[in-house]
Ligand binder design. Sequence first.
Ligand SMILES: [Zn+2]
Length: 344
Amino acid sequence: MDRRKFLKISSIFGATPLFARSDERLFFKFPSKPFEYYHLKSPKPKFKVMLIGGIHGNEMGAYKAADMLVNATLKKGELLIIPRSNFTSILADVRGYNGDMNRKFAYISKRDPDYHYVELLKSAILEYRPDVLISMHDGYGFNIENKRAWGQSVVIDEFRYKNFNLFNEANFVKNHANIYLKRKLGLINTRTFTSHIHDEQKKALTGWCLKHGIKAFCIEASKQLPSLKEKVRTHLIMLREFFKLYDIQIEELNEMIKNPSKFMDNSMPLITLKINNKVYKYHANKKIKVPKGSEIEIVSISGPRGAFAIPLGVNLNWKTFHARYLNINIKNDFVKKFSIKIRS
Ligand SMILES: [Zn+2]
């Protein structure tokens, strides 16, 4: 509209600007969710191994096991770990907050809220070019009891793919890990490229890796294992066998398998807020009353690597928005630690 018309309309509402209504509401600004990767390297590594956790947000055994290795002492080898590749879904504790991320590797729309993270993951893989990539999951059920269930298994896309003998390595890991596991592993071959039964796997991370000349496997604990500890332990036992194949030695690995809880960071997060440009810090439940029209910025959340703040009842992809009031949950991955209630 031209300027004259605008002046006419605003004069109807008196001196207040046209969009005055939003001024009464509170304005919120959240930080971007981090995409963190960790590089561990010993003096003379023979192989590069990449571990990807958290593509599916409700598979905590997978991302907690990957996260635990970030603090490990690497005596031999080289590791690149991305424990939380889909942090939004981890915080929401759902498989895919924006749909299944593990179907977005062959193609993803620029408008997809996962676009940024999938592209970061792809470029990290292509730049690093590991000798092997392991995509970590917690599947449903127990494969050994039900062939259609993916839980407790090592998954390959083909017995052989180009010069990769996927079956030999997967079978070695399965057989050796089974010596130490109460719930035994199965081996799944999805035949991604030679049959149409699992066409969707062409869009998955491992299928995409193979297409780009990178050897890749999926390892699955079971969602039905009785505790997080058992899920993490299953992952670490499978990884220990892969590490034998790729000459990786981790000082604490056996201790981690014996007592995983000891290595999980459950410390309290600390949230730093700016309310109308004044800084406040909280690490426990808090109710805050602010003037109408206030600006509230979440500056940072520190503490365990899974610490983040999520607004309740608001789309988790949004970084800025208006609201009359807001409850914010401060979480460590799937666990709520405390909440901040903001009212005007
Ligand atoms: Zn999964």
